[in-house]
Design a protein around this ligand. Sequence first.
Ligand SMILES: [Zn+2]
Length: 220
Amino acid sequence: MNKQDTRDGRHGNPLTGTLSGTSNPAAVRVSKVPAPVKGVPTERLIEAQRMRDRGMFYSDIGEVLGVAGITVTYWLDPAVRTKRKTSGKEWYATNSEHAKPQQKTYKATHRKQTKATDRTYRKQHRAKRTAVNAARRARITGNTIGDRKEIAAIYSTAQDAPRVRCYICGNLIPKGKRQVDHIIPISKGGAHTPSNLAVACEHCNETKAAKLPSEIGLLI
Ligand SMILES: [Zn+2]
């Protein structure tokens, strides 16, 4: 039995673990696994949720986690997320005429910050970007493309797994140096599918380039 669930009656029956009336927003708020928020690690969401369930204010939670209270609200309240997403989109649809030149001016006057932000963004989303690029190349050349989610999982595992070996040289590859390679290159008709993907170190991937495994002495 979980402490959180028994804190008070409104969270339902602690013996059966059922929530009393899931239509009640208070009940929805105690779901153990928070709804995923793009770009926020689940552990952080769980941490924030725990603090909220202990009765802490959003602003205090924010202080502990080093973000604004309003950010915590965004993390923990799907309704806020939906609202902000729609209102942002609506706003942009009606104001993009004004927004675009403003963004341009901002970028021009804050070149350093913009560059740094872009760099950080690119770094954080590198795996996703390479996957998207590969899929695009495969689409253009008409190669087989596998399940998008399965492929994305390979790219992120390649990046985050504690130990990954290069499929060509067999060496352990440190994080940040792992490259997902198409065993049969896309340019040679290779599929963009999980079974044609393997992780290589930078050196091997560059040496192999668009060669077939047989061309570099691999018997796979
Ligand atoms: Zn290697």
